[in-house]
Design a protein around this ligand. Structure first.
Ligand SMILES: Cc1cc2nc3c(=O)[nH]c(=O)nc-3n(C[C@H](O)[C@H](O)[C@H](O)COP(=O)(O)OP(=O)(O)OC[C@H]3O[C@@H](n4cnc5c(N)ncnc54)[C@H](O)[C@@H]3O)c2cc1C
Length: 431
């Protein structure tokens, strides 16, 4: 029954009279035969490629003017993949062998461009999805998308794949006195290079991978950075015993329980980096893998920042109490002047802003409510790719599962369609 209702709706949107009436109501409606994917980052590309391999057409809507907009527009120049390339490849295509273990941002973008070409993926750019709702009467998703040029389109589809990512919007903390500070305050998504801060005193807020790396970049460009560390943090060497720390951990986890692997990582880190607490970087009680598993908090993989902290080139500071003109007052009562503040305060999902659905995604954080590995599928043909807190590896796993799931439905509906068409043809006079 569901299928036939959808068939009627499908015919309606192809019907000029229906469309004319619809357009009179200022609605530009497009029926999409296949899934609609929201977001053309690595996750969106991965799922489109997996569908394509199963001969299922899909359409990607992307608010930016290019694929992987996070990487092209919102990351700093010196960025390389944090994890070795074999853990970052998308389905069906590895990185070129001449790429280094940790490809640069430019190389990663090049890889994604080649990937999109190879699988014939051509997203609709400059389309911001503003509202999506499931229409239970017809069994379809209705997607309201606004093009940069101001045109609003309603896409109607059977399957909706959310690929807007864990980093869709910058998180900007509410700091008292922001209006008074007077010098530049910038989120890392707008930071390109330390060059523009040469000779300046800069406060970096947040000690994740981005904050640590921005501090290093500032140091290398003769700026004087301080790093605000409010929380405990695990800093691990990026490589240990001649292997990537990530790869080694994955391998050890095959044989040993997580807490034992954590112990091992902490001992080797202590031997290689010393006691990080001595430099103001206290470790959490839980080990790095257990913490990542329970809260999603990623350990920092050190690429040289710690040596700069030890040498006194980067100062560690506690939380900010308030800002005054060109001055920062810290919670320990100390005040210091700064020429700029960089907020390495992370990102958040934007799903609750546009997806009118309460079952699969949490309203609080915009992530699927069910944790990995079960967060990829919701009801009524709704899917999520890239919300696993497990980087590109997690996104690739989601993408394959989603394509397999849709394939089953797609094949069943194709059989219905054939039967439906045949029965219609047999009713024609000369068939
Ligand atoms: C600095 C940094 C380094 C990282 N390094 C690694 C690494 O080395 N290895 C790893 O595995 N992971 C890494 N990650 C984590 C993660 O894998 C990447 O962020 C990756 O880009 C996630 O891909 P995605 O497609 O899920 O999200 P994104 O790359 O964020 O793509 C989502 C897309 O959706 C679009 N979009 C959002 N909202 C809408 C809307 N309403 N309508 C239309 N389009 C919309 C966005 O414009 C964007 O293009 C890193 C993250 C960051 C921030």
């Amino acid at each position: 029954m569901d299928y036939f209702l959808r068939e009627i709706e499908g015919k309606q949107v192809h019907d000029p009279l229906f469309m004319e009436n619809n357009n009179k109501k200022n609605k530009n409606t497009v029926w999409v035969d296949g899934p609609v994917i929201v977001g053309a980052g690595p996750s969106g590309l991965a799922v489109a490629a997996c569908l394509r391999e199963k001969r299922i057409p899909s359409m990607i809507l992307e608010r930016s003017n290019c694929i992987a907009s996070l990487w092209q527009h919102k990351t700093y120049d010196r960025l390389s993949l944090h994890l070795p390339k074999q853990f970052c490849e998308l389905p069906f295509m590895g990185f070129p062998s001449h790429f280094p273990t940790y490809p640069s941002k430019q190389q990663f973008i090049e890889y994604l461009e080649t990937y999109a070409k190879r699988f014939g993926i051509r997203p609709r750019f400059n389309e911001t999805v503003e509202r999506v709702e499931f229409d239970a009467k017809i069994g379809f998703w209705r997607i309201k998308s606004v093009h940069k040029a101001g045109v609003t389109t309603e896409y109607v589809c059977r399957w909706l794949i959310v690929a807007t990512g864990e980093n869709a919007e910058a998180v900007v903390p509410d700091i008292e006195g922001v209006g008074e500070f007077g010098n530049p305050i910038r989120h890392t998504s707008l930071y390109k290079s330390g060059e523009e801060f040469r000779g300046k005193k800069v406060l970096v807020v947040g000690c994740g991978n981005s904050g640590m790396e921005v501090c290093l970049d500032l140091c290398n460009n003769d700026a004087t950075p301080s790093l605000v560390v409010r929380d405990t943090v695990h800093v691990l060497p990026r490589e240990m015993l001649g292997k990537s720390t990530f790869g080694l951990s994955m391998w050890l986890l095959k044989w040993l329980p997580m807490r034992v692997v954590d112990k091992f990582l902490l001992i080797v880190s202590w031997l290689m980096l010393g006691d990080t607490a001595r430099f103001g970087l206290d470790r959490p009680v839980l080990g790095p893998l257990q913490l990542k598993n329970m809260s999603g908090k990623t350990p920092v993989l050190d690429v040289g920042t710690l040596a700069k902290i030890k040498a006194g080139h980067i100062k560690v500071r506690p939380g900010i109490k308030r800002l005054k003109r060109h001055t920062v007052e810290f919670v320990d009562g100390r005040t210091e002047n700064y020429d700029a503040i960089i907020l390495a305060t992370g990102y958040k999902s934007n799903v609750p802003y546009w997806l009118k659905e309460e079952d699969m995604f949490s309203k609080e954080d915009g992530y699927p409510r069910r944790p990995f590995p079960n967060g990829w599928k919701g009801k009524n043909g709704l899917y999520a790719v890239g919300f696993t807190k497990k980087g590109l590896l997690g996104a690739s796993m989601d993408a394959k599962r989603i394509a397999e799931d849709i394939e089953q439905c797609w094949e069943a509906e194709a059989k219905y369609k054939t039967a439906f068409t045949r029965s219609h043809l047999s009713l024609q006079p000369n068939s």
